[in-house]
Design a protein around this ligand. Structure first.
Ligand code: SF4
Length: 443
């Protein structure tokens, strides 16, 4: 079969799609680009916001338009929480939530099911819908045990999934419903995967997870011990942690990264709001004071570190003064840029019970102000780095006549395309002319 895939959402999804496609290709199927005619389209979905779900529906329509005869397999987070809804969409023949998407390569061998578009979806492979009679904080169904997975996208950088699921139940977030309870790999299995990645030639690993700081929580291991062990793997020159909750980013982890061989000065620390009252409404497990402590410690030990923060705009109950304090709080920290999300109601979450809804227009206005602040913060971070010498890992994908690479502290550079540079690390003195055009990429 010709199989095309499209991935939405987080780096975790990219690692999982890449792993599924490697297993599918290994059994003799041909992987083609999503824009091409395929026999089966695999869409790995996201449910983090209403916008993410809309993009999933759009990808399904695009696949159906490209080849109305094709099978469409919808997998992942949106599939987990909205299986019944997705099954009704034209062309969709298979819906596999996070608990069952790993079965796809085996199911593809069953030509009888997949070659007959009218075959009803086998109830044994449907996802578990949220129970509508008890939607709030319903404990998720036990999902599949943890399987280490990794991407080998352009063979320079690999996303390695070390953890899945979350026990935190922040009031706005449906991820625990879509991905289940926190679980993780062992240090031994992660080292095994890292060595495989090193053998593939990739130089950089990004450790991904839903709540990566909870790595090892249920088997007596710790994230810090994992980082120490990974630092010794030969062949891997650079590691990043995709994201870590501020309360789990301990001073010991920060100090270790500051002095490690290969962990880079790049931190993605979700904040969500710069007001303690709003953080309480969100059931976040830290205060603004704790966030400041962590960001300032990083800055003290690694003055050139890139620190990115997630922010949620327009959360229920947030007042205008509280929003302004978020802007002030962010401006007072050594933050390099923001990932801004606009709040939308997620079925099954506790935030639905909060009475004070922010009008949609105000949510969008706050989003725009946060994006403007992010642009200012990023300009100032980039300016602070001009004239510095930084190592850059050059990637393989062409961008017109240019190629891109990332510095250790996550600045995207561009240079004329030169295949001999791919997967090499070059130390350069940063100048404005080296910066990649922001319209030419999205991270
Ligand atoms: S920590 Fe909170 S926001 Fe992050 S996945 Fe868990 S519940 Fe969602």
């Amino acid at each position: 079969m010709r199989i095309a895939a499209h991935t939405l959402g987080c780096k975790l999804n990219y690692a999982e799609t890449s792993d599924l496609l490697r297993r599918i290709a290994a059994s003799g199927h041909t992987i083609v680009d999503f824009s091409q005619t395929a026999d089966l389209y695999l869409i790995n979905t996201c449910t983090v916001t209403a916008t993410a779900e809309k993009k999933c529906r759009n990808a399904i329509s695009q696949a159906h338009r490209t080849n109305p005869e094709a099978q469409i397999a919808v997998v992942g987070c949106f599939a987990q929480v909205a299986a019944e809804q997705l099954k009704q969409l034209p062309g969709v023949s298979l819906v596999l939530g996070n608990d069952r998407k790993h079965l796809l390569p085996a199911l593809l061998q069953n030509q009888e099911t997949l070659n007959n578009q009218n075959t009803p979806i086998n109830p044994s492979i449907q996802s578990n819908p949220i129970n509508p009679s008890n939607p709030i904080n319903q404990p998720p169904q036990p999902l599949s045990p943890f399987t280490p997975q990794y991407s080998l996208g352009d063979r320079t950088r690999s996303f390695l999934k070390i953890q899945d699921g979350c026990d935190y139940f922040c009031t706005y977030c449906a991820i625990p419903l879509a991905r289940g309870r926190s679980r993780s790999a062992t240090i031994a299995s992660t080292l095994h995967a890292a060595r495989e990645i090193a053998r593939s030639g990739a130089r950089e690993i990004v450790l991904t997870g839903v709540n990566t700081g909870t790595f090892g929580l249920h088997n007596g291991e710790t994230l810090l011990d994992l980082l120490r062990a990974l630092d010794t793997i030969e062949g891997i020159a650079r590691y990043r942690i995709s994201s870590i909750e501020p309360n789990l980013l301990t001073p010991d982890i920060i100090s270790f990264i500051a002095s490690s061989r290969a962990f880079l000065p790049h931190f993605h620390i979700p904040l969500q709001a710069g007001s303690d009252h709003v953080l309480q409404l969100m059931h976040r497990r830290y205060t603004t004071a704790l966030y400041r402590e962590k960001a300032e410690l990083i800055h003290r030990l690694m003055p050139d570190a890139c620190i990115a923060a997630d922010i949620l705009a327009g959360f229920n109950g947030e007042t205008e003064p509280e929003f302004r304090s978020t802007l002030q709080f962010l401006s007072s920290l050594p933050i390099a840029y923001l990932h801004v999300f606009t709040y939308s109601d997620r079925p099954g979450t506790a935030a639905l019970r909060l009475p004070e809804k922010i009008p949609v227009a105000v949510r969008h206005e706050h989003t725009a102000r946060l994006l403007a602040l992010s642009a200012r913060l990023h300009r100032s971070f980039l300016n602070s780095q001009m004239g510095q010498s930084r190592p850059v890992l050059w990637e393989s994908s062409p961008h017109g006549h240019l190629m891109h690479g990332l510095t250790d502290n996550y600045i995207r550079l561009a240079t004329p395309y030169d295949p001999t540079l791919i997967n090499t690390i070059q130390t350069l003195t940063l100048t404005p002319s080296l910066l990649a055009d922001p319209s030419d990429f999205s991270d």
